[in-house]
Design a protein around this ligand. Structure first.
Ligand code: AMP
Length: 213
């Protein structure tokens, strides 16, 4: 099954994508995580992506698409995947559609996790990330066992540059301009389903599970 998660940055797509991936036994592929791994590894792609990420802009489509297709070509993606953070523009959605069509394939489901901007701003202010292993936390909703320390690897948690308040505002306007049109795109494809992302995490997940029933 090939699933796309849609929603504003901070809507909780990543958390839900993780749960879906476990439940369906398919990989969770986050282009944000792939970019951060490249930034952390000091690759050329990482260095090019970082300048866009740090100011809340989108990385150019050609860099993003190449990275994504490399990843989905891997053996573990044979039975499907959950894409989180891709596509983020109409051209990305069109390339994905075309590439899948070449193989007689298609996206099965686009899940829109709907959360108003004011909730997003509140949520993202509380986000913390581990610079070492990439784990993410929230000071209210998913706190680490020990304040400021990663449960998984013990590193000191940070506020990512792209979670800082001025960057959050910028990312929201980028979302409305470039990514929100995908809702209509997938609606026209007949595969869009919307869940209320303001509910608590467990409830959102059970609403999502109901879509598979
Ligand atoms: P995320 O963790 O999904 O919020 O992504 C963090 C940052 O990575 C975004 O603000 C963008 O700069 C970049 N990024 C992630 N996915 C994409 C994409 N599909 N297209 C362009 N840029 C992306």
């Amino acid at each position: 099954m090939k699933i796309i998660m849609l929603g504003a940055p901070g809507a909780g797509k990543g958390t839900q994508a993780d749960r879906i991936a476990q439940e369906q036994n398919i990989p969770h592929i986050s282009t944000g995580d792939l970019f951060r791994a490249n930034v952390g590894g000091g690759t050329e792609l990482g260095m090019r992506a970082k300048e866009y990420m740090d100011r809340g802009a989108l990385v150019p489509d050609e860099l993003t698409v190449e990275m994504l297709f490399d990843r989905v070509a891997a053996e573990d993606c044979r039975d499907g995947y959950v894409l989180d953070g891709f596509p983020r523009t109409i051209p990305q959605a069109e390339v994905l559609k075309k590439e899948l069509e070449k193989r007689g394939d298609r996206v099965d489901l686009a899940i829109n996790v709907d959360v108003p901007d004011e909730n997003i701003v509140r949520r993202m202010g509380g986000r913390r990330a581990c610079p070492k292993c990439g784990a993410t936390y929230h000071i209210e909703h998913i706190p680490p066992k020990q304040e400021g320390i990663c449960d998984k690897c013990g590193a000191e948690l940070i506020i990512r540059d792209d979670d800082k308040p001025e960057t959050v505002q910028k990312r929201l306007s980028v979302y409305h301009e470039q990514t929100q049109p995908l809702i209509e795109f997938y609606e026209k494809e007949g595969i869009l389903r919307t869940v209320d992302g303001t509910k608590d995490m467990e409830q959102v997940f059970s609403d999502i599970k109901a879509l598979f029933a």
